[in-house]
Every structure is written in structure tokens, then in C-alpha cells.
Write a protein that binds this ligand. Structure first.
Ligand code: SAM
Length: 259
């Protein structure tokens, strides 16, 4: 998958070169390209923003410079044949909340271009234009708070998608029982050595070697935590995936899933 990151602060993306994502680049799983938006400016000051129509505080990023930049990075990957899925992702606090299923869905994109806004954001006609031109445009938010720029949100999307690509994880089983994976539950608590840490012991069931009991204990803790921390998720589980024991545990946590 090719991922293009466009920003006026390209140095921001240095952390993407390290860790697992750096390895994914080396192995050719992700072709990561970082671009300085100012390369597409034409004036002496390399301007990318102007005052907002209608008045108000702050500056807005100009559609002309974004249009030239995005056209060029999309063109670099060819004609966009039928099998190509090319997505323009625009981080914005007014976008749809980014979820694991959106990240999973994007793993089959051919090219993901992420346009990082600054100031008051990018002129809305950029999203409109590419949508009308037949591109998939995703305006997404990484949470209900406001950051100074889209770079962190771009790194979030890049990592969320890349780690789900086939061959990315050394052990793909790591992805199976994660929070926000298929079951819709948050993950159960995890423990490692030593057996005692500052007088806190490992839950006894994890030491007994009874796999069925361990599985049940983990599932109950996952249900308990989801109900406590994210009642919205606990209320929207796939009812057909719930066993009698799951429903009983949910009921104990105050979430009703009658048969
Ligand atoms: N005026 C915008 C608003 O109120 O919706 C906020 C602009 S913000 C200061 C500048 C840039 O930061 C945005 O264009 C976007 O790229 C990024 N940004 C800020 N918060 C974000 C969030 N929660 N999710 C995704 N991107 C965000």
C-alpha cells in the first residue's frame, strides 16, 4: 500500500521511520512518501493560507495549493484503474470518529493520501472537489478535542491501518483478541512475570493451567471492563455472538441482553 502524507511540517513524521512501521517500509509492505505542501506554492513567501470568506478569526488553507499537490501525488500512482482504490483522508475534528473497522476497511486501499490541515483547516472545496471527481474522501476525527494540526492524526491513521496489513505483525494472533477487534469488547487485563509485584499477586486462575477457566475469566473481565469504561460499546455487541455465560455476566454489570 502506498501512503502519502502531505503537510507544511514534513519533519513531524520522523517517528514513522522507527519501530515496526519502519520495518514495514523496508520490507515493501508500506510505501510511505512524505511531502512538503510548500513545494506546490508559487509565491516568494510560499503561502498556503489566506483570510476566511465571511470573516472570523484565523486563516484557512487555500484550495489551489492543495489541489495541485493532491493531483500530483495521485497521478504518480497512475490512472486509477478499476481495481485501484485511492482514498483521500482529511483529518478534522469535525469528521467521523476513526474506528478500528474503518482502519480495517482501508487495508485494501491501493493508495491513501492524508492531507494535514493547520490553522482553521482546509478550504471545504478540496474535499468536495475530490468527492465529485470520484475519489473516496474520508474526513475523520481522532477524538473529541482540537489539535493544532493534522500530523498527529495522520500518524494515528497510518499506524492503525499499517499494523493490520497482512505480514505486518510478527505474530498475527496478536490482532485476534485485541480491544475493538471482532468481539466488540475491550481486551481483558494482561499480566507477566514476576508473580508478585509490590505485594500484588497474579489472579490465581491464570496460574492453574485450566484453559477453559482462563478463557472464561478473560471473557468476563473483558465484559466487565467494557460495561464500566465504554457502556456504549457494551450496549452494541453482536447479540448472536453472546453465550449464556456472557449474557449472565453482562446482566451482573447492568447490561441486559435477553434471549
Ligand atoms: N477550526 C477547526 C474546527 O473547529 O473544526 C479546527 C482546526 S485545527 C486547529 C487545525 C487542524 O488540526 C485541522 O485542520 C485538522 O487537520 C487537525 N485536527 C485538530 N483536531 C483534530 C482531531 N480531533 N482529529 C483530526 N484532526 C484534527
Amino acid at each position: 500500500m502506498r501512503i502519502d502524507l502531505l503537510s507544511i511540517f514534513p519533519d513531524y513524521f520522523a517517528p514513522l521511520e522507527v519501530s515496526l512501521l519502519g520495518k514495514a517500509g523496508e520490507h515493501g509492505l508500506v510505501d510511505l512518501r512524505i511531502h512538503d505542501l510548500r513545494e506546490w506554492t508559487h509565491d516568494r513567501h510560499r503561502s498556503v493560507d489566506d483570510t476566511p470568506y465571511g470573516g472570523g478569526a484565523g486563516m484557512v488553507m487555500m484550495p489551489s495549493v492543495w489541489g495541485e499537490a493532491i493531483d500530483e501525488v495521485f497521478e504518480e500512482t497512475g490512472t486509477g484503474g478499476q481495481s485501484d482504490r485511492r482514498v483521500l483522508a482529511i483529518p478534522t475534528p469535525s469528521g467521523v470518529p476513526l474506528t478500528q473497522s474503518m482502519a480495517q476497511d482501508l487495508t485494501n486501499a491501493t493508495q491513501l493520501v492524508i492531507a494535514c490541515g493547520r490553522y482553521e483547516g482546509i478550504d471545504q472545496r478540496v474535499a468536495e472537489h475530490y468527492r465529485e471527481a470520484g475519489f473516496e474522501v474520508l474526513e475523520y476525527s481522532i477524538g473529541d478535542y482540537v489539535l493544532n494540526g493534522g500530523e498527529v492524526a495522520a500518524m494515528v491513521l497510518t499506524e492503525a491501518v499499517a499494523r493490520l496489513l497482512d505480514g505486518f505483525m510478527g505474530n498475527p494472533d496478536s490482532l485476534v483478541e485485541e480491544s475493538h477487534s471482532g468481539a466488540g469488547l475491550l481486551e481483558y487485563p494482561v499480566f507477566t512475570k514476576p508473580r508478585e509485584f509490590r505485594s500484588l499477586e497474579i489472579p490465581g486462575v491464570l496460574l492453574g493451567g485450566n484453559h477453559a477457566a482462563i478463557e472464561r475469566w478473560r471473557r468476563d473481565r473483558a465484559i466487565e471492563k467494557t460495561a464500566r469504561v465504554r457502556p456504549d460499546l457494551a450496549l452494541s455487541l453482536d447479540a448472536s455472538s453472546l453465550t449464556r455465560e456472557d449474557r449472565a455476566m453482562l446482566a451482573r454489570c447492568g447490561v441486559a441482553y435477553p434471549r
